[in-house]
Design a protein around this ligand. Structure first.
Ligand code: FES
Length: 138
């Protein structure tokens, strides 16, 4: 049911933990399953230089955030924001359809961390102007 990639990232997730002096923190939850994800980012110029996550969630949420942080780390904010949950799913070699919302959680946690950073520093990020974490995505 799960790809080898999902199993690998679930068993040994990358970038787990918190960043104490994070520039932005995002926390999102899914109302349906009750899973919660928190992401911490460090910004250097316009680069996401570090990213860590904590997930109180299912195996797919853990695997999704693990691979999402791999994809995001080192990218510019703009390039990282262009990543979608579909990119996360593709990088995991697929997720079962009922588990796709878990990858959405990773995308949204990252976006809200960037929004937190932007709000704190009075930076306008056009891509996030209309961003509202979708609590009930599935
Ligand atoms: Fe909800 Fe996976 S079941 S995040």
């Amino acid at each position: 049911m799960y790809s080898k990639k999902v199993m690998e990232h679930f068993m040994e997730p990358h970038n787990v933990g918190e960043i104490e002096d994070a520039d932005g923190i995002g926390e999102v939850g899914n109302a349906k399953c009750g899973d919660i994800m928190k992401m911490y980012i460090k910004i250097d110029g316009d680069i996401v230089s570090d990213i860590k996550f904590k997930t109180f969630g299912c195996a797919s949420a853990i695997a999704s955030s693990s691979i999402a942080t791999d994809l995001i780390k080192g990218k510019t904010i703009t390039d990282a924001l262009a990543l979608t949950n579909q990119d996360v799913v593709d990088s995991l070699d697929g997720l079962p359809p009922v588990k796709v919302h878990c990858s959405v959680l990773a995308e949204q946690a990252f976006k809200s961390a960037v929004k937190d950073y932007a709000d704190k520093n009075n930076i306008d990020i056009p891509e996030l102007r209309d961003f509202v974490p979708d609590e009930d995505h599935h």
